[in-house]
Design a protein around this ligand. Structure first.
Ligand code: FAD
Length: 291
């Protein structure tokens, strides 16, 4: 099923994101059991990230998306990046997805890896979006940035570029993670004023480990509300308390977004089914249309 159809049927679409683990054998041994547990949370779809440029990474994205769709019976969204991909390589990736009956693609530019040659067939995600849309048979989604993409001179310019992505065929958008819901509401207002009418799913990541604080929070340019920084400084040395507090923060954020009328919510669950379950338990009463 095309994901765009889900937005017509449900007030709030709920999805989970996973990534292909790097460790040998971990897809089958670790990720597949986690995905099976995530199926119990009745997500409308599960998305699978795409590692920059790597053939193996691309293959595992298609393979995992196929498992989600064909073995678990959950709709899958396969991410696909173009910064290190020629047109021929993109066509091969789409052929693999078609063969697996995966019909939803998140079209991305990706970040440049200096160790890999830059391909020039697609300059921006909007070029990839147009190519996938023209090839037919796929529903294409796009990424967006409530606080502006880091390369963009301004949020206004970024929203203007985003409009081209939607005009190129993106039927729905998923936001970068944010910790301050005000940023999402402000961005949405700007996007609507700029004529972007497609559904915009709010992406939320529960921060539950000190590793995430070091890697994600420290490196992200997301605004950190005082309540969030207080939680981090209070619990960063107490793993158990941070887990509880991080889940509570994400649940509060998501509840506000659902009540505030977000078209959908996208959970960056970092392959952790227990965290996803606890977050889901905190919001399921607001998603009454599912089992
Ligand atoms: P674009 O939409 O092409 O935008 C990139 C920059 O170019 C922006 O600053 C934009 O304003 C500007 N721009 C766009 N069009 C034009 C134009 N016509 N003229 C001038 N400037 C323009 N990365 C991965 O490697 N793998 C993943 O699986 C992955 N999944 C993601 C999922 C989500 C929901 C999000 C939000 C991000 C994801 N990323 C992933 C990260 C993403 O690839 C990076 O943020 C990347 O830097 C931008 O990708 P994009 O598709 O948003 O690019």
């Amino acid at each position: 099923m095309f994901i765009s159809e889900m937005f017509q049927k449900k007030p709030c679409v709920f999805s989970i994101e996973v990534f292909p683990p790097k460790k040998e054998g971990a897809v089958q041994a670790v990720l597949y059991p986690a995905l099976e547990a995530m199926r119990g949370l009745c997500p409308d779809f599960i998305s699978v990230t795409y590692g920059a440029g790597g053939g193996a990474a691309g293959q595992s994205t298609a393979q995992i998306a196929s498992y989600i769709k064909n073995e678990l019976g959950v709709e899958a969204l396969a991410h696909l990046t173009c910064v290190h991909s020629s047109r021929a390589r993109i066509e091969a990736a789409l052929a693999a997805l078609r063969a697996a009956r995966v019909e939803n693609v998140l079209a991305l530019r990706g970040d440049e890896n200096p160790a890999l040659p830059r391909e020039t067939d697609f300059a921006y995600a909007s070029d990839l979006t147009a190519a996938i849309t023209a090839s037919g048979g796929f529903d294409v989604a796009g990424a967006c940035y409530p606080e502006g993409h880091f390369e963009s001179p301004s949020l206004k310019q970024d929203v203007e570029n985003l409009r081209h992505k939607v005009e190129a065929g993106a039927t729905h958008l998923i936001t970068q993670l944010f910790f301050d819901n005000g940023c999402y509401y402000r961005f949405l207002n700007m996007a609507r004023k700029a004529g972007i009418t497609v559904p915009v799913q709010a992406g939320v990541m529960p921060i539950v480990t000190s590793r995430q604080i070091e890697r994600t929070v420290a490196l992200s340019s997301a605004s950190l509300p005082p309540k969030f920084t207080k939680m981090i400084s209070k619990y960063s040395d107490d793993a158990e308390a941070l887990l509880d507090a991080g889940i509570e923060y994400a649940v509060e954020q998501l509840r506000d977004l659902i009540i505030g009328g977000a078209d959908g919510i996208h959970l960056y669950a970092m392959n952790n089914a227990q965290v996803a379950r606890r977050v889901y338990d905190g919001i399921r009463d607001l998603l009454p249309e599912r089992a």
